[in-house]
Design a binder for this molecule. Structure first.
Ligand SMILES: [Zn+2]
Length: 556
């Protein structure tokens, strides 16, 4: 590899960078299986580009250091052309580049150490030990909790939206119960799922970005059901609803799917190959349905089950959702759909707007992806036995330009905290709509009661069964949402929106509602009240102290 000559230079810098990049991104985003295949494919794409560039640079007489800088510049361009900044990759890239330089100076032992470091991220993610099933088999109804991640309530036809975006959610509502005023407890997946599973508010379960993942044993729905003799399975396309976050506790079978589709979204090589081969994409949903088929055929049919599914189709960026579904509500060329999805994603990460020409496309994309998530919900519903309580809901919503924001990184505005929640099955009435304020934290207590199991003690969430059956009025019930610290991607906003009022974006805040009035208290002292009936867009904040609602505690 060191036999370069001035007349025919060997592109060792470019090829080392290509291999390092392929190994690094494959290790970062793919599951353990099939790693070498992915490395090979990605290496071919990168070797072609970086190798050619390096050959040309070497023939122009550039020094190895200059060639390395040129190659790294090119890698930066890949990162820019992909959806997410490849910060972690740049470190491995640097190691690979140094390797090539050192190899040329014949310092081989040091080069081998660096090369070993480049392989470091390729190690598979450790899985928790699977607890054995020792309890007697549960015989009651099955339970399926299907989270349509980031599903925007008001974009579902089930909740009155004009486009037919949610035929399967509609069908579920017709044969069961629909929650008219359901709130999440948070603005993003991790604390919201922790509330879903633990029936606790974020300040109580403590699971958020800053405080880490500390869930005491036997406090989660899956753990309770496993102890009651249920077989418990989780199929999740969201890394925050998974093994790394502690939320897979209690599942006897848990499969993460996010690495596969994140690869398609993030890797330049994957996007090039998708474009060349015309391969249809999957944001995890199709793989989850196929995994569900496998699990249902091999499971013990004598034992009741709890199934948890997280689908990410309605979560931006939307590129990995099959094209036919993305374009379901707009006649736009593929490149416009790609550009609009990209623009919406950038708007979320950097706090900028979506260009005016692309806004309607981005809007239709959300509707198409809502339909895609709903389609998968239907596929899952068709596979479940009749004796199953099915609960379909969003973990939180999303902003689509309201208040100038995209995504759900900041704020507790209604498009974010309002969630869709529909359920049907044994023990539930048909065609009921409950108008009382309810919380995502009520899901687990309601499910436990439906299955005839003992309730959680000392939690915020309520068993809604009595209210659903009309035996209990929930007048005066208050539900809460908490936003203790800004989520990671908002850190990019400071540089892109220096003119913005940062106190609004970065202040911790908590909100409370009785369904009619809403009070939002910020750590910087702002105390807002909104009359949700007269001002549903939350444009005219009044004085929170006069709202008649208690002051919610704000976590710094
Ligand atoms: Zn989420």
């Amino acid at each position: 590899m060191t036999s370069s000559s001035p007349s025919r230079p060997w592109p060792i810098v470019g090829l080392s960078l290509a291999l390092g990049l392929s190994v690094a991104e494959t290790g970062l985003v793919f599951k353990a299986g099939g790693v070498l295949g992915h490395v090979a494919v990605a290496a071919c794409v990168y070797a072609l580009i970086l190798g050619t560039l390096d050959t040309l640079a070497a023939r122009r007489g550039l020094s190895p250091v200059e060639r390395l800088l040129l190659g790294l510049l090119n890698v930066g361009a890949f990162g820019w052309m992909s959806n997410q900044p490849l910060f972690s990759l740049s470190l491995v890239m640097l190691a690979a580049g140094l390797f090539s330089l050192i190899a040329q100076s014949r310092a081989w032992p040091l080069a081998m150490i660096l090369w070993g470091l480049a392989w470091w991220p390729a190690r598979p993610q450790a899985e928790p030990p699977r607890p054995p099933m020792v309890t007697p088999a549960a015989q009651g109804p099955n339970l399926a909790v299907i989270v349509l991640d980031t599903l925007v309530r008001d974009r579902c036809a089930t909740y009155g939206y004009e486009r037919p975006t949610s035929p399967n959610l509609d069908a579920l509502a017709r044969r069961g119960v629909l929650m008219e005023r359901a709130w999440s407890t948070a603005n993003w997946s991790l604390p919201a799922h922790a509330s879903l599973f633990s029936a606790r508010l974020p300040h109580d379960h403590g699971t958020n970005q800053r405080e880490g993942y500390t869930l005491p044993a036997d406090t989660l729905l899956a753990e309770r059901l496993r102890l009651a003799g249920y077989e418990t399975a989780g199929l999740s396309a969201n890394p925050f609803a998974g093994i790394g976050s502690g939320l897979a506790q209690g599942f006897t079978h848990f499969e993460p799917f996010w690495r596969d589709f994140t690869a398609g979204e993030t890797l330049f090589a994957a996007r090039v190959l998708n474009g060349l081969t015309g391969r249809d994409r999957d944001k995890g949903g199709a793989a989850i349905v196929s995994a569900l088929d496998d699990w249902l055929t091999q499971r013990d049919p004598a034992r009741s089950f709890f199934l948890f599914v997280n689908l990410m189709e309605a979560h931006g960026p939307y590129q990995e959702v099959p094209l036919a579904q993305r374009a379901a509500f707009i006649d736009a060329p593929r490149r416009d759909l790609e550009a609009a999805g990209e623009a919406g994603h950038m708007a979320q990460i950097f706090g900028v707007g979506v260009p005016e020409a692309l806004a309607p496309v981005n809007d239709a994309l959300l509707d198409g992806c809502t339909l895609a998530a709903d389609h998968l919900l239907g596929e899952i519903m068709r596979r479940l036995p009749e004796n199953t309580v099915i609960i379909a809901l969003s973990d939180h919503g999303d902003m689509m330009g309201e208040q100038g924001f995209y995504g759900h990184n900041t704020g507790l505005y209604e498009p974010i905290v309002n969630i869709a929640w529909v359920m049907a099955g044994p023990g539930l009435p048909v065609g009921r709509r409950l108008d009382a304020p309810v919380s995502i934290a009520d899901v687990a207590p309601t499910a436990l009661a439906l299955l005839g199991l003992p309730p959680f003690e000392g939690v915020f969430g309520l068993d809604l069964g009595p209210a659903i059956r009309g035996e209990l009025a929930l007048d005066g019930r208050l539900v809460y949402a908490e936003h203790p610290s800004p989520v990671y991607t908002t850190s990019g906003w400071r540089t892109r929106r220096p003119w913005h009022d940062w106190s609004d974006v970065l202040a911790a805040r908590s909100a409370v509602t009785d369904g009619a009035q809403k009070r939002v208290v910020h750590a910087d002292g702002r105390d807002w009240a909104f009359d949700l009936g007269a001002d549903p867009g939350e444009r005219r904040p009044g004085d929170g102290a006069t709202s008649g609602l208690p002051r919610p505690e704000v976590l710094e």
